[in-house]
Design a protein around this ligand. Sequence first.
Ligand code: ATP
Ligand code: MG
Length: 180
Amino acid sequence: MYLKRLEMIGFKSFADRTELEFVPGITAVVGPNGSGKSNVTDGIRWVLGEQSAKSLRGSKMEDVIFAGSDTRKPVGYCEVSITFDNTERKLPVDYTEVTVTRRVYRSGESEYLLNKKPCRLKDITELFMDTGIGKEAYSMIGQGRIDDILSTKSEDRRAIFEEAAGIVKYKTRKKEAEKK
Ligand code: ATP
Ligand code: MG
């Protein structure tokens, strides 16, 4: 399984529809300061369910929508789609490609889609559980995160190993069952 494509429409500095294609192996994103490199990784975290505006370097969720520039008007909504290759069926759905989309309007209305069908954030979180993919999972290592991992409490560090071992799913289900 690998990240195949990222599509952004009206997300942060990407006013126009912008599509990035990835291939297996290493991809480096380079560019001058302020050209939008970090906005790309913000887009990946946002589409996977990031709820904290601050962690996306804004003050409110609306800040992810293109706010206009000297030459362009602001836009009314933004959308990010991320596509994973699933030919090996690592994700438990019968599709060779899995696309997650998140859309939000200035009015605050928002939605998530899984292969173009409306779904809940919970469905997306569960789908990626134990894969290492997710807004908090180890496939995204942000600046300073290694320090965090090393200095964190042993119980918190254990969570990273549990995700890698693939048992988070079962722990979550157990917790949910205990609530009922
Ligand atoms: P550096 O090399 O300094 O880390 P970078 O390539 O990572 O730079 P980003 O932080 O991704 O750059 O991009 C910052 C740019 O994105 C700024 O110019 C900022 O104005 C613009 N930007 C962020 N949010 C929005 C928004 N909602 N609307 C328009 N532009 C935005
Ligand atoms: Mg940056």
